[in-house]
Design a protein around this ligand. Structure first.
Ligand code: FES
Ligand code: FE2
Length: 443
């Protein structure tokens, strides 16, 4: 096997340094090849959610570069994953998503398998040299679930999923992700490296320049950042409060107006952040004058908690901060976004083929349902060929508008980059962990 790092000297020129970050990490084909070779085959990644495959035979194809996996619900209700390639002549067996209706069948010569991947039919099998059941079965991949997400791993003997994910489950289980269901799935191709996109959503340092209107009610300077062995989080700053960067005297702030601004901004400019049931209740809160001497934060918290009880949701395990502001987490390497009581707003971004300047981007919005809520069909996946031609809501539009400029700027030959030690510590951590996979760098 060719060791790309040794061949090209990538380890010397592109590894994550303490202070100055080489821009080629985001632009070089050799770096992308190294990611395919050393990251994507060795990491747990979200393939889909359980609700995408509710019935026996339902499948989702998950691809990363040339790798392709089929995630299949079998007749017992278990979820299996296989390499998406026929053991006969290699044909891809499933495309996108759908149902295998009882068995998996290859289009080329009609070999067949049950939903557990065991071969059930080979035309003229007596004409083949001897083959074991294992050789004619679909090649299994390791699959596991947490929080309603189906994770797969392309490598042999992966570490247990929960060990890899720690401490994300402990942090996020109070939000009950397993009870969430999609309210939307959008997909596009972004004109930027996948890490440009991940990094852009993994810090609040860009709020003042990219989303200046948020500073009216969000104290961006109060955001807290935390990094873990593999994943990262930021959050806090849930109390509605203007950013100190605006220089507004706190005693001058009208609490009714402040709360209305926060709620209306999130409803209007981040569609999908609140689920449909939350929207009506919050819209009403935004129009209600606050009682004397009640802060916007206390009033909002109280109304959200009582609203949840009225809707049959159990938020007793969520802290006040989680109900007010939530947690913005990165599930390394490719999924991140803010959860707030009642839902999760998630971005997934991964490389697009061999083009380091392009990525596959998805926006998933998830809404918490009550334990006994009936299952409903999931929304259709919406695919947008041009990310700028779609209205994602003002806040995401502002991020999307940046990506092409970031990527074209990174391609300008130039000096190394400089990242903030506090507000961009999650970005730094992400790259440190990436380098653990790519270069065995210590983290
Ligand atoms: S390639 Fe699949 S049956 Fe021949
Ligand atoms: Fe942003």
């Amino acid at each position: 096997m060719t060791v790309i790092g040794e061949r090209t000297g990538l380890e010397r020129t592109m590894a994550f340094g303490a202070d100055v970050i080489p821009r080629e990490r985001f632009t070089s084909v050799a770096f992308l090849e190294l990611e395919y070779e050393r990251l994507w085959g060795r990491v747990w990644q979200i393939a889909c959610r359980l609700e995408e495959i509710p019935n026996p035979g339902d499948f989702v194809e998950y691809t990363i570069g040339d790798r392709s996996a089929l995630v299949v619900r079998d007749a017992t209700g278990a979820v299996n994953a296989f390499a998406n390639t026929c053991p006969h002549r290699g044909t891809r067996l499933g495309d996108g998503c759908g149902s295998f209706r009882g068995e998996i069948r290859c289009r080329f010569h009609g070999w067949r398998w049950d939903l557990e991947g065991n071969n059930t039919f080979i035309l003229d099998d007596h004409e083949f040299p001897p083959m074991t059941d294992e050789e004619t079965a679909l090649a299994p991949l390791t699959v596991d679930t947490w929080g309603g997400f189906v994770f797969i791993h392309f490598g042999a003997d992966p570490e247990p999923l929960l060990d890899f994910l720690a401490p994300i489950p402990a942090l996020m289980d109070p939000y009950r992700p397993e009870r969430m269901r999609y309210t939307g799935l959008k997909r596009t191709i972004m004109p930027a490296n996948w890490k440009v996109v991940i990094d852009a959503f993994n810090e609040g340092y860009h709020l003042s320049a990219t989303h200046p209107e948020l500073l009216q009610w969000k104290d961006d300077a109060a955001l807290e950042y935390e990094v873990y062995a593999t994943h990262t989080r930021y959050g806090g700053a849930g109390e509605p409060k203007p950013s100190p960067r605006l220089g507004i005297d706190p005693s001058e702030v009208d609490q009714t107006e402040l709360l209305a601004r926060k709620i209306q901004d999130l409803i209007d400019n981040l569609p999908g952040y609140f689920g449909p049931d939350d929207l009506a209740a919050l819209g009403e809160v935004a129009r209600t004058p606050l009682p004397e001497d009640v802060t916007a934060g206390d009033y909002y918290l109280n109304r959200r908690r009582t609203g949840a009880v009225a809707r049959g949701l159990d938020w007793t395990h969520l802290s006040d901060e989680q109900v007010l502001g939530g947690d913005d987490v990165l599930m390394f390497p490719s999924v991140l976004g803010p959860a707030v009581a009642g839902g999760w707003f998630l971005y997934r971004c991964r490389p697009n083929g061999m083009d380091p300047n392009s990525s596959i981007f998805e926006l998933w919005t998830l809404d918490e349902r009550t334990v006994d809520a009936p299952e409903t069909p999931m929304p259709e996946v919406q695919v947008f060929p041009d990310p700028k031609a779609h209205d994602w809501g003002l806040i995401v539009n502002q991020d999307v508008d940046n990506f092409e400029a970031i990527q074209t700027g990174l391609r300008v030959p130039g000096r190394g980059l400089h990242w903030n030690r506090r507000q961009e510590m999650g970005v730094r951590r992400f790259h440190e962990v990436l380098d653990r996979y790519l270069f065995d760098a210590p983290t």
